[in-house]
Design a protein around this ligand. Structure first.
Ligand SMILES: *Cc1c(COP(=O)(O)O)cnc(C)c1O
Length: 481
């Protein structure tokens, strides 16, 4: 690709500013000035626009490509919600504007959005109350773990230090539990990909604070023993945490609160109108059963008898602040717009289509790729490239080869309990035609792996930068050229 540094000509400019008509009191210290020219390209506005437009087209994004990145729910989000989030009445609000009295009229709408979103989430998920504060999924996990710790402490049960975590849990779960001060204990999966009930029963005891279940788990499977697990943990004096980042699989079908979970986080930046990738802002609200309500963080949005909204800070048992201000408000606002648009009938259709699409891919690719657990999946399916390794082709090569065929790669080598894992999450927003094109590409790669594996191993060949030496790139990074 021709870089902008090779474009333009000396003296060419892309702007037309009037001559300086004020004194130039050059206040930069001489010692801080660069000694040589920065050798910036001198280009016209058009050259700069073309450069950045072409660059942006090299990118693979949801708006341009099928993006089956398992566990990340890279679904298409209608632009309408972006418009709502950028309405000046919301976008220009300052977080320190007063809630009532002077200026209150400006913030009441925002507080109402937070409050109403909480109410909708309570109903969809079966919890008593939500906090919208956490700024990411893992931040929600940490908040949930802190709530569990506060609960046991308040009950004089602070010796409960062990958090049980199945090996099919998301990797952030043990990290969050450890940061919150728990000792983690792994529970293995059984041969069907569910929690091994025997190991669970053996692990339960007076030192157990709770369990963190990823639901569905990272194998893309719903554990049919979920309600039973929550009951066993409860009988042993523990609490059950639901990692609901993959809510796309079950939303509108089952209420995790009804299954017996005491606390749960969800990822608004997956399930609700904001994509997960790209490192943008996130939001990981946490819902709790009644016994955990007193410990929720502050601030909390409350509705008064006169219909106005206010922020409450005065809760003596609260774990306190876990985020500045009121969470990532614009993400909450998109969620509100998304839920109101979908309505009661629309919400269950998210999971209906997400699960159907994943099982369609699973069934179509079953003759070509190995699957560790041959059963219906939820919103994503996990294959293993073990069959292809016979020809020297690995999960990484298949992922790179998909780029040449116009697809974002799926998640690779995760979950770690599956060898050569390829985790595919089509989401509910893809059409059958696009999913069929992806299936064809995967079948094509499987066939080519047998006939001419060297082609797959060389991929990608259509990108500006070809196959990278990932080990050398990590050990000896060159970031200046
Ligand atoms: C994405 C994800 C998380 C973490 O969410 P972040 O917002 O990236 O912190 C946790 N658990 C599961 C199952 C996930 O898919």
């Amino acid at each position: 690709m021709e870089l902008i540094f090779s474009k333009g000509a000396a003296g060419r400019v892309g702007s037309s500013l009037p001559a300086l008509d004020v004194p130039n009191n050059n206040s930069i210290l001489d010692s801080m000035k660069r000694k040589e020219s920065a050798e910036m390209p001198e280009v016209s506005e058009l050259e700069a626009v073309r450069h950045f437009t072409l660059l942006s087209r090299k990118n693979i994004g949801v708006d341009s490509h099928f993006y089956p990145l398992g566990s990340c729910t890279m679904k298409y989000n209608p632009k309408f919600h972006e418009n709502v989030a950028s309405l000046p009445g919301f976008a220009d609000l300052h977080p320190l504007l007063p809630q009532l009295r002077r200026g209150g009229a400006l913030t009441q709408g925002a507080l109402e959005v937070i409050y109403e979103t909480e109410q909708m989430l309570n109903e969809i998920l079966g919890f008593a109350q939500f906090t919208m504060q956490p700024l990411a999924g893992a931040h929600g996990e940490l908040t949930g773990c802190m709530l569990i710790a506060a609960y046991h402490k308040a009950n004089g049960d602070a010796s409960r230090k062990v958090m049980l975590i199945p090996d099919a849990a998301h990797g952030t779960n043990p990290a969050s539990a450890a940061v919150a001060g728990f000792i983690t204990k792994e529970i293995p999966s059984d041969e069907e990909g569910n929690v091994c009930m025997k190991s669970l029963k053996e692990a339960l005891g007076p030192d157990v604070a709770g369990i963190m279940l990823t639901c569905p788990n990272t194998l893309g499977l719903f554990d049919p023993n979920t309600a039973e697990i929550c009951k066993l943990v409860k009988n042993a004096g523990g609490l059950s945490y639901c990692d609901g980042a993959n809510l796309n699989a079950i939303i509108g079908r089952v209420k995790p609160g009804d299954l017996g979970f005491d606390v749960m986080h969800i990822n608004l930046h997956k399930t609700f109108a904001t994509p997960h990738g790209g490192g943008g802002p996130g939001s990981g609200p946490v819902g709790v059963a009644p016994q955990l309500v007193p410990f929720l963080p502050v601030s909390r949005v409350a509705k008064r008898a006169d219909g106005t909204y206010t922020l409450e800070y005065n809760h003596s048992q609260s774990i306190g602040y876990i985020a500045p201000f009121y969470g990532n408000f614009s993400i909450i606002l998109r969620t509100y717009a998304y839920l109101v648009t979908l309505g009661r009938e629309g919400v269950p259709r998210i999971s209906e289509h997400a699960v159907l699409n994943a099982n369609y891919i699973r069934a179509k690719l079953a003759p070509y790729y190995d699957q560790e657990y041959d059963r219906y999946c939820m919103h994503e399916c996990v294959f293993s490239a073990t069959r292809q390794t016979k020809y020297g082709v690995h999960a990484l090569d298949i992922a790179k080869s998909l780029i040449d065929r116009g697809f974002h790669p799926p998640t690779m080598y995760f979950p770690m309990i599956v060898k050569e894992a390829l985790m595919i999450e089509p989401t509910e927003t893809e059409s059958k035609e696009d999913i069929d094109r992806f299936i064809e590409a995967m079948i094509d790669i499987a066939k080519e792996s047998e006939i001419s594996p060297e082609k797959i191993i060389q991929a990608p060949i259509t990108t500006p930068v070809k196959r990278l030496d990932e080990t050398r790139a990590a050990r000896n990074p060159k970031i200046s050229e």
